[in-house]
Design a binder for this molecule. Sequence first.
Ligand code: TRP
Length: 491
Amino acid sequence: MAETRERWSSRSAFLFAVIGSAIGLGNVWRFPYITYENGGGAFLIPYLIALITAGIPLMILEYYVGHFTQSAPPTAFKKIWHRAEWAGWFAILLIFILSTYYCTIMGWSVNYLFHSFSLGWGNTAESVSSFFNNSILQLSESPSAFGGIRLPIVGGLALIWLFIYLSLFKGVETLGKIVYFTVIIPWLIIVVMVVRGLTLPGAMEGIKFYLTPDFSALLKPKVWLAAYGQIFFTLSLAMGTLIVYASYLHEKSDITVNAFLTSIANCLTSFVAGFAVFSTLGYLAQSLGVSVKDVTTSGIGLAFVTYPMAISLLPVAARFFAALFFLLLLTLGIDSAFSMTEPVVESIVDKWRLKKKYVLPVVCVFGFLIGLPFTTRAGLYWIDIADHFITNYGITTVGFLECIVIGYVLGAKKARTYINQVSEMQIGIWWDIFIKFLTPAFLGISLVFQFVNFIRKGYGGYPIWTTYIGMGFIVVLAIAAIILAKRKGAV
Ligand code: TRP
């Protein structure tokens, strides 16, 4: 029933919503770290190639699927090919699990925001890492030692879900207003952090470290995999969000220009945020009298250990900048978080014609409950493991299926004709070539490559049974998706 479908109130509301979904925790810690790990400045080459050869074509494809079918992923795929509905459910289940731990990480940030006012983590390497591991997480010694839930994290998690509920319950029109704040506030904070960072002593050493190109990295397959992985993660691809958001567009609105604008805005934000992070790390290295290499930590540790420590050492207004940084993480993350919940709710509403006002609170409560294991003392391990399997296998599989269904079953040319009819900018045959051959070939190779690696080594130094659980879980989600697709809907 397209005529009763909710709508964005303007084109910019849609653009801000998608940019808000794309820009998240991934831009602040993941991008800078991945860049320097994979050749520094030289990494920007595979990154740009990945953006052009996979990011933008797939984004156009997802906007098309939402725009054309006016439905959430399961129904959308069903309308394109009756056998493809399960692929939509698979994406929805993956994003639902992703949302449960993404919100847990935000729950940590809530705690850190409170402690910013007293700089509770101190200013030595030991005190900062002990604050994270012992005070906040009370991390246990292994993934099997759950040891009870951490109430302060549960409190933060509940607050985040409440926020998600409040942002979504009035519908997309209100959502379209909230996203202006959740995009513009972090942009302003990033500008402040870049200026502060670049004016610190030692900043240039950090920037050099970030951007000095190591061209030999371009010969390593791992670097190319990292570039494609980062593009998929950062653009919120293959998880249903873009399809749902595009389904709220009017039937005549543009697709291609919107896809270029959103992906470029996201990638520029990452690039700029890298200056804030690395200038500050340069300062930290200089304060400690070590090289930048010795202070950089990967992933989660960067945001919750290294960066807070650097902030504690600031000459003036350290508490202010600490609070600003965690406010940055929260405002960056919240619009990504609700963009993970909306597709789940909308998929259920679409299939069974239920009322959104009843589905939304149920999804939020379940999301909160399923997140509880991640708030236990073994939570950090499980977040790491879940994230590895969901982002590496889940996103790749869904992206691959999308290319096959649109490229072959429907026909890339047919999709392109529709896209060109509604868009301000025309796309050529290159798009068909990417969707039918290059993008699925790359995704297929990367899936096989990672699978072989997993058989050989397991993941991340954890006991091997955790790898079986991770892999088994993905299989269970796929089976659950098939069962959901077989259930009778309301239409
Ligand atoms: N892009 C978001 C970030 O960088 C996170 C993310 C990954 C996401 N996949 C997603 C958000 C799917 C929404 C939907 O933090």
